[in-house]
Structure formats: structure tokens, C-alpha cells
Design a protein around this ligand. Structure first.
Ligand code: CO
Length: 160
């Protein structure tokens, strides 16, 4: 299992729903968690390792979420710094909802809901975006994105 980087088309695709909750799914989640820790990430989505499935892992608190759906976002937002393992060397301030109410399935297929706040809500929103082909840089003002253009081009060309 390896990270894929900005420029890989899977990062722009809508990931498929998980329908089979088997041993292979649990093994995939376990390997993703290991990779996240190894790269000092706080979250990782399956498309970031080249997999077309709606699966994310979070580090604080540790969570594996299958088919996560954000049901409600608070009106209150927070501007804070974000990065992404798929876009190395790029950090930027992104506005995110302070609180989210999310539904998801665990690795055994049981349904859950959870309210997340602040930093963990931010990571959840970032990872859930990945499942719809959205990257954190998409949330930046146009001028800020333009400044990143050459850096992003270099990552696309494999200079990471
Ligand atoms: Co990311």
C-alpha cells in the first residue's frame, strides 16, 4: 500500500460505497492506519492509497469510518491550517465547520452517528471531501490557489 499524489486521477474521482464488510475491509483499514501513522498524518482516505472505496481512518480519536456522511454542519466556522499527505509541502488556512454530525458504518457493518468538534471535525471534513474528489486546496480563495500553481504542477510531475 502506497500513497498516491496530487495529479493522480483517483484523487478527483467520486469513490464507491462499501457494500461488503469482510476481513479484507478490516485489513485495508488496518494498513491505512499504519500508513497514516508512518507518514505522521492525522487522517487518511482510501483514494489517497489508490483505492476506490468510501473508507477513511482518523487518528485523534482513532476511528475507522465506512461510507461516512456529514448530516449536519454548524454555521459556526473556524479558519485553521491544513495540509494533506497527497499534496506534500503545501499548507494553507481553510475555513471549516466547527461542529459536524456524521453517520457512518464501522468495519463490521454496524451503523453509528457521532458529533465531532474543532480539530477532529476539521479532519473528518477534509477526509470526507477526499471521497468526493475534493481537495483542501479547492476551498482556498482563487488568488491563493494561483500562488500554488507551480508547486502543484511539480507534484503532478512526480517531484515530491
Ligand atoms: Co488529504
Amino acid at each position: 500500500m502506497k500513497l498516491v499524489y496530487y495529479g493522480d486521477p483517483i484523487l478527483r474521482a467520486t469513490a464507491s460505497e462499501v457494500t461488503t464488510f469482510d476481513k479484507a475491509l478490516r485489513e485495508t483499514a488496518r494498513r491505512m492506519s499504519e500508513l497514516m501513522v508512518k507518514h505522521k498524518g492525522v487522517g487518511l482516505a482510501a483514494p489517497q492509497v489508490g483505492l476506490d472505496m468510501r473508507l477513511i481512518v482518523l487518528r485523534f480519536p482513532p476511528h475507522e469510518m465506512v461510507n461516512p456522511t456529514i448530516i449536519e454542519r454548524s454555521k459556526k466556522t473556524v479558519l485553521d491550517e491544513e495540509g494533506c499527505l497527497s499534496i506534500p509541502g503545501v499548507v494553507a488556512h481553510v475555513k471549516r465547520a466547527y461542529r459536524v454530525f456524521v453517520s457512518y458504518y464501522d468495519l463490521k457493518g454496524s451503523a453509528h452517528t457521532l458529533t465531532m468538534y474543532a480539530r477532529s471535525a476539521r479532519v473528518l471534513q477534509h477526509e470526507e471531501d477526499h471521497l468526493d474528489g475534493v481537495l483542501f486546496i479547492d476551498h482556498l480563495p482563487h488568488a491563493r490557489r494561483m500562488l500554488l500553481k507551480s508547486k502543484l504542477a511539480r507534484i503532478s510531475e512526480g517531484v515530491v
